[in-house]
Design a protein around this ligand. Structure first.
Ligand code: CDP
Length: 219
């Protein structure tokens, strides 16, 4: 089974995707890391983030394993990632490796912005995770603080609004729910409640696809 989890910045999709993958016994790919690592490679080479040819070369050179998350999770890297992610050439360079990951025997869980719409339109389960910008900013500020970054809530909220705007308005693969996605609003849900809601969605979709399957336990 392919599970596609999409949503805006700090909506909780990463945590949810990890937990679901563990629960289902499936491999997980955080596709945001691909864009973060592409931007990071450019920065490490002293290139401009607007250098499309260099960005495509960096994207093509990525391996899907061993990301140094500590280097990639910072506040500025989210912003840099959304700049290279708006380049159609970079997105195209990353399509095949994401699809190959998704089509492993048994399936996979992928999280990002365009998994249900572009990368895996055939996914059996699509969940679009969202929450208000204020809630997401509170979560992201806490997360960054936990990583030892100095954070100002107002700046984080501004970052989130700017990133939502860029992600939703780019020409290729803009952030939007797939028509057949289930919307999961986590504004009022903690991690555990969001996980339970997602498991219920997956169970329901599985049961609908195969009338005799009632549980989301691994197969
Ligand atoms: O956790 P957060 O949502 O802040 O970051 P992320 O999921 O790692 O994504 C960082 C940026 O990469 C996003 O703002 C998007 O611009 C871009 N991205 C994308 O365009 N498509 C994806 N499938 C995943 C991320």
């Amino acid at each position: 089974m392919i599970v596609a989890i999409d949503g805006p910045a700090a909506s909780g999709k990463g945590t949810l995707a990890r937990r679901l993958a563990q629960h289902l016994g499936l491999p997980h790919l955080d596709t945001g890391l691909l864009y973060r690592a592409t931007a990071r490679a450019l920065m490490d080479e002293g290139r401009d983030l607007a250098d499309v040819a260099a960005a495509v070369a960096a994207a093509r050179g990525l391996a899907l394993v061993d990301f140094d998350e500590k280097l990639l999770r910072g506040r500025d890297m989210g912003e840099a990632a959304s700049i290279v992610a708006a380049m159609p050439e970079v997105r195209r360079a990353l399509v095949e490796s994401q699809r190959a990951f998704a089509r492993r025997p048994g399936g996979a869980v992928l999280d990002g912005r365009d998994i249900g719409t572009v990368i895996c339109p055939e996914a059996e389960a699509k969940i679009f995770v969202t929450a208000t910008p204020e809630t997401r900013a509170t979560r992201r500020a806490l997360e960054l603080k936990g990583q030892g970054e100095k954070v100002d809530y107002a700046v984080v909220l501004e970052d989130i609004r700017k990133r939502d705007e860029r992600d939703a308005n780019r020409s290729l693969a803009p952030l939007k729910p797939a028509e057949d996605a289930e919307i999961l609003d986590t504004t009022m849900l903690d991690v555990e409640a969001a996980f339970k809601a997602a498991v219920a969605i997956v169970d329901r979709l599985r049961a609908a696809a195969r009338p005799h399957s009632f549980s989301s336990s691994p197969e």
